[in-house]
Design a protein around this ligand. Structure first.
Ligand code: ADP
Ligand code: MG
Length: 877
């Protein structure tokens, strides 16, 4: 085919695929052409060459067939969808067709340990129904087989769920594609790719069919009657099927979860609390701080727990009991951790087996991990403290007999030290298969004949340095140094002359070579066949492998939490139904690992549900509030917590907002965003929620800001009744404590020792001393008149009195007055001149009246002068 023909074929295939890039097989290489070549060259540092043919030039870049996988993974992890066109032999030459499309959500050979979710988002139930605002969501990770489906009723919850799973690829259903606002917000929060999957795949009938094909008629048993949920589930499955990665069977079960069993944790909160990553990229996230897992699946599970805290006390107390038991059994715990260090990622290995990409080393890892299961089980069972805890349920949950069977099958079949390739034999152990054993014996006989040939020939012909070797071009040969060629017998047939030696073959050698090649091929084929059977056997047990993987991951995660609890002296909180939160000497889980931390108490009840937190800058307000949120969150993943003791009334949601000013410093937010977020809290929070407001209202001019803060406080206190911590620099808010029964003031204590101000990091009752800032100004040598004046202003503000605003250039009575009106919660400005007679003293008033009454034409100039003089005197008094 001409070069032009090939490029034409490439472009045709590319159009057919809708992928971003196409890798087309040409013999031993996969090639990218044109812009694709340029892109690949830039992204992966691949050499791009320029060819010309028929007067036209085109660019191309290629990778060897065996090396394609890492290149494709690299491109897909950068967000590209890559189609792969393979070459097949046909009667008249060969053909090419697209065999698979690798996309960010369906990449099997991922290089990270993180979960890799593909999401489908569907809006609305069936046509004609009114539940239009019902969204169906499906999240599937083909690398682990995890498949979660749910429904939510609001767009914000769609974002919340997406943020929990951070999908690498999203399939918006046909009814969501027009919702630019939703998709835009999604992309703002989650680094993800949107793919338009066929509309038909989202149709209810079709989607239901796809779900049934995969799982049977499971709708009722998993509570999947909701049409939006089925449509999302079906569409995501069909997409996986269509991309042709062959991993669909790894999705062994569908988990319908109730978004409302989880603690509502919206996107902003997850980011603010720095659960999985920090906002600035520096410092440590909560995950990084508390993660002591030793397996990748354990780390994944911990992340999952952190982003999906629970409300069901039973499950949380079960985890607590496991951690408590592990805390008390240090020796066994360390033994268990050592065992787990050798555990491979069974969920991922299951997916690789299903898709047929697992190699012999993968199956060896699977074998070794399965071998650990009984050892782990035995350690737990013979340790009373652990055997009596729910850990024993975790470890007995997987079918251990089936696991032992699979382990035995792998152990019987696999050779100990297989090669990296699957086609050259060496995969299967001797004694596993009679036919193979016969082949191996014959093969070994033939190889032995060759291996001993050199020695025999040396003796026979008296050629001391004769050797026998093999290479690709010459096959097997006998090599004799030139100095000894005189002794070479006649039957040696020369095939090559080198500088210092001569190469020969003999008929016998040729015959044995043919035998060996034939045997190698037969052995390679047979072993590959046997290996495939074994891999299929493993693939059929995908669900079992996932169970075992999950159980070990759970054990690892719980042990990691126990390790952290022991190292940092964390304790088990008492969990109760929604109600009071009581924390005795609580600490910030991340900050306590970085500095000498001063612990603080917190107590919130219905009567004490709204705390206004005041204190100077950098005195620890934000830390105190975040630590509260994090302690509650940790309690609701079942973890121990950084506190001496605590009772946590389980919350249904945690909401945090940081005022736009703080966020602006990080170049992230605008006042509009701050208000949208506040609005979301006021819509979503309930009586059972924990709300943290940090300097909210700060992103705008004072009057607006304080009014909004004031109104939000009243609403949260009166209507929502959530537990709220509000750090503010608006001191006026502290007066609310006198007006609203549930509002109380607390402040961060500071101490002034001989002019040195120290923050004590402790929380005290009551509002912060308002003159504190003025004091600091004084310490900083701000000019005395300014400090004095500030004191006066402050005193008058506090006494709720008007302050004269001093003008710049002008003097005298040209003044304005400012009043802070507690009743309205607003500042009021008044002008001193004109109208407001009440503020004039009687003398001035008299002068003005006299002036008004005078008739200039009737008075003599002397009298007028006298009167003016009199007025002046009057005013001077
Ligand atoms: P604010 O919000 O009042 O401006 P922050 O909460 O941001 O203050 O705290 C400022 C710094 O003080 C934090 O970075 C932290 O290192 C330190 N800090 C806060 N609380 C404590 C504490 N309880 N013990 C020790 N250091 C603390
Ligand atoms: Mg702060």
């Amino acid at each position: 085919m001409t070069a032009e023909g090939i490029v034409g074929e490439y472009l045709a295939l590319k159009r057919e695929s809708e992928a971003d890039l196409l890798a087309m097989q040409m013999g031993d290489f996969y090639e990218f052409f044109h812009e694709d070549a340029v892109t690949v060259g830039q992204e992966l540092d691949l050499k791009v060459s320029e060819r010309s043919s028929g007067g036209k030039t085109y660019k191309m870049a290629g990778v060897p067939v065996d090396d394609l996988t890492p290149y494709v993974s690299g491109l897909v992890e950068r967000g590209y969808r890559v189609a792969v066109a393979d070459q097949h032999e046909t009667e008249n030459g060969h053909e090419r067709s697209i065999t698979r499309v690798v996309t960010p959500g369906t990449l099997l050979e991922t290089t990270t340990e993180d979960a890799q979710y593909l999401a489908a988002i569907v809006e609305g139930g069936s046509e004609g129904r009114t539940d239009e605002d019902e969204y169906g969501l499906a999240f599937v990770d083909i690398t682990t087989g995890q498949f979660h489906v749910t429904t939510v009723s609001e767009a914000d919850s769609v974002l919340t769920e997406c943020y929990r799973f951070t999908p690498t690829e999203v399939l918006p259903g046909p009814d969501v594609r027009g919702n630019d606002r939703l998709l835009e917000r999604l992309h703002e929060r989650v680094e993800t790719n949107s793919t338009l999957h066929a509309t038909a795949a989202f149709e209810p009938g079709r989607a239901r069919h796809t779900v049934r094909e995969q799982f049977g008629e499971i709708e009722a048993s998993v509570g999947l009657e909701n049409e939006a949920a089925i449509r999302a589930a079906g569409a995501s499955l069909s997409y996986i099927e269509e991309t042709g990665m062959g991993a669909l069977a790894a999705v062994t079960r569908l988990q319908r979860y109730q978004a409302d069993d989880h603690v509502e944790l919206d996107a902003t909160t997850q980011r603010n609390l720095e659960l999985a990553e920090t906002m600035t990229g520096s410092g440590k996230s909560l995950f990084e701080t508390i993660d002591h897992t030793v397996t990748s699946a354990g780390g994944r599970l911990l992340k999952e727990w952190l982003t999906r805290p629970r409300r069901s006390r039973g499950e949380l107390e079960r985890r607590q009991a496991c951690i408590a038991a592990l805390c008390e059994t240090a020796m066994v715990r360390e033994e268990l951790r050592e065992l787990l260090e050798n555990v491979s990622d069974l969920e991922r290995l299951a997916s690789r087996s299903v898709s047929g990409s697992a190699d012999a080393h993968d199956l060896l890892r699977m074998r070794d991990t399965l071998a650990l299961l009984p050892q782990v089980g035995e350690r737990i069972e013979r340790t009373n403290r652990l055997a009596g805890s729910p850990l024993s349920d975790i470890i007995t949950r997987p079918d251990r007999t089936a696991a032992a069977d699979l382990h035995a099958a792998l152990e019987d079949a696999l050779a100990e030290d297989p090669p990296q390739t699957l086609t050259q034999g060496g995969l299967i152990r001797k004694g596993f298969d009679d036919e193979l054993d016969a082949l191996i014996e014959e093969h070994e006989g033939a190889t032995e004949w060759i291996e001993t040939l050199a020695e025999r020939e040396q003796n026979r012909h008296n050629i001391g340095r004769l050797t026998v070797d093999r290479n690709k071009t010459d096959g097997y040969y006998i090599q004799v140094p030139k100095s000894e060629t005189a002794n070479v017998p006649e039957e040696y047939e020369g095939i090559k002359t080198l500088k210092n030696s001569q190469r020969y073959v003999t008929d016998d050698l040729r015959e044995h070579e043919r035998d060996i090649l034939r045997l190698e091929e037969q052995r390679g084929e047979l072993e590959y066949e046997l290996f495939e059977e074994l891999r299929t056997q493993a693939a059929e047990q995908a669900s079992l492998l996932q169970d075992v993987g999950r159980a070990l991951a759970e054990l690892d995660t719980l042990m990691g939490l126990a390790v952290h609890a022991v190292r940092h002296d964390w304790t088990q909180p008492t969990l109760t139904a929604p109600g009071p939160i009581d924390i005795e000497t609580g600490r910030h889980p991340v900050v306590e690992t970085q500095t000498e931390f001063v612990p603080n108490d917190l107590s919130m009840t219905e009567d004490w549900r709204f705390l206004v937190v005041t204190g100077p800058n950098m005195s620890g307000k934000s830390t105190y509030m975040r630590q509260t949120a994090l302690i509650v969150l940790l309690a609701q993943i079942g973890s121990f917590i950084p506190a001496h003791s605590a009772t946590i009334g389980l919350v249904d949601g945690i909401y945090t907002r940081v005022g736009a000013l703080d966020e602006l410093a990080q170049g992230r937010s605008t006042f509009m965003v701050e208000m949208q977020e506040l609005s979301n809290i006021l819509h979503s929070a309930t009586e059972d929620s924990l709300v943290i407001l940090d300097e909210v209202g700060r992103g705008t001019a004072t009057y607006d800001g304080i009014s909004i803060a004031w109104a939000a406080t009243e609403y949260l206190h009166n209507q929502i009744k959530s537990k709220t911590l509000f750090a503010t620099h608006y001191h006026e808010l502290t007066d609310l404590a006198d007006r609203l029964p549930g509002v109380h003031n607390v402040h961060m204590a500071a101490e002034d020792r001989d002019g040195d101000v120290t923050f004590l990091w402790t929380i005290d009752d009551g509002p912060a001393d308002r003159s504190y800032g003025v004091h600091v100004a004084e310490l900083a040598s701000v000019p005395e008149p300014v400090v004095d004046r500030a004191r006066t202003v402050l005193r008058r503000l506090r006494e709720d009195k008007a302050i004269n605003v001093r003008g710049g250039e002008s003097t005298g009575d040209d003044t304005q007055q400012v009043v802070f009106d507690l009743g309205s919660g607003q500042f009021r400005r008044t002008s001193a001149d004109g109208g407001d007679d009440a503020s004039l003293d009687p003398d001035k008033k008299a002068v003005l009246e006299a002036l008004e009454d005078i008739n200039v034409n009737e008075e003599s100039p002397v009298d007028l002068m006298g009167k003016v003089k009199h007025w002046q005197e009057q005013l001077e008094e």
